[in-house]
Design a protein around this ligand. Sequence first.
Ligand SMILES: Nc1ncnc2c1ncn2[C@@H]1O[C@H](COP(=O)(O)OP(=O)(O)OP(=O)(O)O)[C@@H](O)[C@H]1O
Length: 403
Amino acid sequence: RPASPAYDPAARELTYTTADGERVLAEDSIVVIVPAKDGNGYTILAIEEPVPKPDAEAPAELPTLTSVPATELPDTLLKSYAARPPPVTPTELHVVISVLSGAGQAHTFHTSLLAPLLSHLPLPTAVVHSTTSPHTITELTTTRFLPAANAGKAQHIVILSGDGGPVDLINGLMASPHGPAYVPPTISVLPLGTANALAHSAGVTRDGTHGLSVLARGTGKRVPLFKATFSAGARALSHEGRQADALPETEGEHALWGAVVASWGLHAGLVADSDTAEYRKYGVERFGMAAREAVFPSDGGGPHVYRGKVRVRTGGKWREVGGGEHAYVLVTLVSHLEKGFCISPASGPLGGGLRLVYFGPRGGEDVMRIMGLAYQGGKHVDDSAVTYEEVEERDIVRLTVLE
Ligand SMILES: Nc1ncnc2c1ncn2[C@@H]1O[C@H](COP(=O)(O)OP(=O)(O)OP(=O)(O)O)[C@@H](O)[C@H]1O
């Protein structure tokens, strides 16, 4: 057993010796420190990033989980990085792998990082589910997770996906009224999608552990939700817009639940347009590409003008926003729509406030300028063209679409 690592609190680094020589571990890459399985000291579990390939075109490799043994460690380090027992010990642990999310790396992430980590944590043996269709997570939730939650079972669901996975899970859980014994599942979101708005905004990706430190050491927090209700006849599109399904109906109401964002106009269009196998190859670039195509259409015209009525309620009163013609209409529960894209700088992690971000029709250059400001820490909200405000808890935005 090698000597314990040396800890440098100023540099936030640990130095240890292996057969190959001296190695340095950044504190930011520590997932958790657990008692060693042989009862002798501790095991530091940390993320090891792959060495970048000189060929920029080569597919990005995923990091791996490295374990560093230590006989003694300073108390400060142990206090910060020891696994925290969950407030409610789960009786069931589920791992949901959304195989097509993002660049399709969720399955490999599970094999090389998550499964080795789970073997060290005081959790039940995981039941692993992989998606086989866009409906897998919804079906799994309504047939398995919701009945178990209604039966009072404490479930921990680890989901490897983008924002689609947790949103499907939430809609499945909200699809029918909860029984008196309902126990809300704990969800750990591991950001394997393209934008991962929920994970970035919740603070899951603040350190260098790809969400794993929150899984091992985090505490549960309620996820704020909104409900969007639709008029009869509205359809949910999937399969690159080729399939249209009726929206779920509960007590005569057609509704979808959200934890991230509801939008109409430019944002909704570019998210939908870029959700194709072809665009997905470009990763997070796909949103910018679809935005440019939308605002500089090949027919040489300007951006599409969306016609309808947008009303918001603030101070108990309804007010119309814009003059009936719109470009960007978005309400958000989160601060970031992608890691560097700060749509709502006033939104805190799982903070709960719902905010409107709005601008009316304008030329393509100006649209791109405003969106560019969001990449500068959310400076668009100070632009005179943009309406940015917190809206009330109930019936916050009404949308009547004319075109
Ligand atoms: N096996 C599968 N077959 C068909 N569709 C799948 C399968 N697995 C996942 N999907 C679909 O792929 C999409 C992935 O969405 P998800 O939101 O998780 O990732 P993303 O769009 O890359 O990321 P983000 O939402 O963070 O931008 C979802 O529509 C999901 O239903």
